[in-house]
Write a protein that binds this ligand. Structure first.
Ligand SMILES: [Zn+2]
Ligand SMILES: [Zn+2]
Length: 396
């Protein structure tokens, strides 16, 4: 159940770097590609590795304001200069040299992935370095300068896509992508995340359903801190498949952040790599079921750069590449050495966390009103299902 896959990778993407003390270090992408490469994922039949060029101003300005691009260029020319009105020069988004060029390249990589899928050159395409979902039209936010998922979706629309589905499994609310298309009924954004009550950016509640004319096109599942594999997968299955089947997208774009893991230092969900692998596999299956396989998979958050990110996203790459990767597979000794050299840490020895998440499908009668995950699921279904002619009480 796969086909050809394009993987966008370019050494130059490492230039998107806020410095050694910042959580979004390019080392996590380097360690991911090294692991996927040594496990043979990137050499699989039908996988093409491609480089990228920068997004043009015209492409960026489908989402961002010209003033903001000018501010990013000024900050990149003189990184001592803060552009606080545009969110630059903060601890989350410090200025760095050539900030515009590095950020435009990340967006260009997501555009390359979108173009590979939309042209039919590949069924699936992956840009691990992308997924910068917090950037707003005129401001950087949450480590994100240009919103590459939104820029890629805008490009797909410009090339003729009628309906684009965006599913964001990062632990943080995909607020920037939601904001970019809040008025646009052609784009369905679904974000599953730790509730904004306990986590940045503090938004993403079920009542955020889209502006008049686009009601039901913005979907938020706000999960309680502490939610693990079984609750998360139950929520995903209760919300995402019925909405994608009803919406019938032309193409699926996912933000595949892996900061939902129990070890992630910045958030409080409790997923395992095994649960994350199941989530990516579910997205892949839904792409085949609802849009002829057209799937643009972007990276996103994930700050446990040795223990989690490389394994989670190697599973993502394997799924897109059509490679069956047994979770019991050992990690290659070469890769473990690289982890020690590049990050000074002992690497995990296998591709699994030893979990086999077994979740119970959601149904109204079987929902536990006292259970906070079930309450979150029910709130989301009540808020948006009727806009898709779906019954919030139906089995999910
Ligand atoms: Zn496939
Ligand atoms: Zn995140």
């Amino acid at each position: 159940m796969s086909g050809s896959a394009t993987v966008v990778y370019d050494e130059a993407l490492r230039a998107y770097d806020f410095g050694p003390a910042h959580p979004l270090t390019p080392v996590r992408v380097e360690l991911t590609f090294a692991l996927a490469d040594e496990l043979g994922v990137l050499a699989a039949d039908g996988v093409a590795i491609t480089g990228t060029g920068p997004a043009t101003d015209h492409q960026l300005e489908r989402v961002h304001t010209p003033d903001y691009l000018a501010a990013v260029r000024r900050a990149g020319a003189d990184p001592r200069r803060a552009e606080l009105a545009h969110g630059i020069g903060t601890p989350d988004v410090p200025a760095f040299p050539d900030m515009h060029e590095a950020s435009a390249l990340v967006a260009g990589a997501s555009l390359a992935a979108a173009e590979a899928v939309w042209s039919g050159r590949a069924v699936h395409a992956v840009n691990i370095a992308g997924g910068l979902h917090h950037a707003m039209p005129a401001a950087a936010s949450g480590f994100c300068v240009y919103n590459d998922p939104a820029v890629a979706i805008a490009e797909l629309l410009a090339r003729g896509a009628q309906r684009v589905a965006y599913v964001d499994v990062d632990v943080h609310h995909g607020d920037g992508v939601q904001a970019a298309f809040y008025n646009d009924p052609r784009v369905l954004t679904i974000s599953l995340h730790e509730s904004g009550r306990t986590l940045f950016p503090g938004t993403g509640f079920p009542a955020e359903i889209g502006a008049p004319g686009a009601e039901g096109r913005s979907v938020n599942v706000a999960l309680p801190a502490g939610t693990g594999d079984t609750g998360w997968l139950r929520a995903f299955a209760a919300v995402v498949p019925p909405l994608l089947r009803a919406f019938r997208p032309d193409v699926l774009v996912s933000q595949s952040g892996c900061d939902s893991h129990a070890l992630d230092p910045l958030a409080n969900l409790m997923l395992s790599v095994d649960g994350q692998q199941m989530a990516y596999a579910a997205l892949h299956e839904l792409a085949h079921e609802t849009c002829a396989g057209r799937w643009v998979a972007l990276g996103g958050g994930g700050y446990e750069r040795v223990q989690v990110v490389p394994r989670a996203w190697t599973h993502l790459l394997a799924i897109a590449a059509g490679v069956s990767l047994d979770p019991a597979t050992s990690t290659p000794p070469e890769w473990r050495r690289l982890c020690r050299d590049r990050a000074g840490e002992s690497a995990p020895t296998t591709m699994t966390d030893g979990r086999e998440p077994a979740w119970v499908p959601w149904r109204e009668g079987g929902a536990d009103p006292a259970d906070r995950v079930d309450a979150a699921i029910a709130a989301t279904r009540r808020a948006v299902f009727r806009w898709h002619d779906l019954d919030p009480a139906a089995a999910g």
